[in-house]
Design a protein around this ligand. Structure first.
Ligand code: OGA
Ligand code: MN
Length: 290
């Protein structure tokens, strides 16, 4: 049910490709009337990704806009707590002094693997908002794959096979999958492995989606290796180019995506020693997947 044309005063238009919409003519830092907000929310549910170009948002304004949708989520990863606003994490390749590092250091290696935010939690994230402050002239895109479209394109035999399966998501396993620093005991305690339905029903639209990614470990009730192989096959299917939107960042872009039906990953294809990439990130708390 993607949007196909500009259909109201906000200027909401489908992105090229199978999903996503761009919203023009709105200042997210200003006052949004309830009706405008409702239009934005409907477009979000219809399109799974919204792109707002040319915004000028300070941190409190981004937090205010995010809170219109629900409850802010604090990051589990203690490295992610924002210094001045705990709920606003700065995704950056600069050091704490604001200097480029002299070699490529991936602060959050997990971001470079297909994932859906916080699926290792019993109550995972509903949506994430990223606002581009500084971006490299080329490279450093974020890619999004649509898990509704991927599910709908599966052969009926596969749908029948995976119906009712539960995937185990694990923070600690995710850290291993991406070669990140191991989870601390505190982090592991606050996020023990959790099983979620492999086929998830979107709580707002009722549409089904695969629910998997780098945070998944194995399938409940299947031998671990067999479950991993199945998850790997499904993720490869889900991230085929026809299900992917690739966002080329410009400073001032705010991109909001639905973690309940998309996976995403960052690209590290730019020179970290000469170009800064700084984005402000806020996250909304979701519901228990069913
Ligand atoms: C995130 C994330 C990707 C990027 O913020 O959750 O995965 O391109 N970011 O920075
Ligand atoms: Mn992410």
């Amino acid at each position: 049910m993607a949007l196909t044309a500009e259909h109201d005063s906000l200027g909401i238009a489908a992105l090229d490709g199978a999903f996503g919409a761009a919203v023009a003519g709105v200042d997210l830092g200003g006052t949004l009337a309830d009706a405008e907000f409702a239009t934005i929310r409907d477009a979000f549910l219809a399109s799974q990704i919204l792109v707002f170009r040319g915004q000028q948002l300070d941190k409190p304004a981004q937090i205010r806009f995010t809170e219109r949708f629900g409850e802010l989520e604090l990051p589990l990863n203690r490295d992610y707590l924002g210094a001045d606003y705990p709920a606003l994490h700065v995704v950056t390749n600069l050091d704490t002094e604001g200097r480029l590092k002299d070699r490529k250091v991936l602060a959050n290696p997990g971001n470079y693997f297909w994932h859906t935010d916080a699926s290792y939690m019993a109550v995972p994230a509903m949506a994430t908002l990223l606002y581009a402050v500084q971006v490299p002239p080329a490279g450093g895109d974020t890619a999004f794959a649509n898990l509704h479209l991927a599910y709908e394109a599966l052969p009926e035999t596969t749908k029948a096979r995976i119906d009712g399966m539960k995937a185990v998501h694990s923070w600690a396993q995710s850290r291993i999958n991406s070669g990140s620093r191991p989870a601390t005991e505190e982090e592991a305690r606050s996020a023990p492995p959790v099983a979620h339905p492999l086929v998830r029903t979107h709580p707002d639209t009722g549409r089904k989606a695969l629910y998997l990614g780098n945070h998944t470990s194995h399938i409940e009730g299947l031998p671990v290796e067999e479950g991993r192989a199945l998850l790997g096959e499904l993720l490869a299917h889900a991230t085929a180019p026809r299900f992917v939107y690739r966002h080329r960042w410009q400073p001032g872009d705010l991109v909001m995506w639905d973690n309940r039906c998309l996976v995403h990953r960052a690209s590290d294809d730019f020179d970290f020693t000469t170009h800064a990439r700084v984005l402000h990130r806020t996250v909304l708390r979701g519901t228990v997947p069913v």
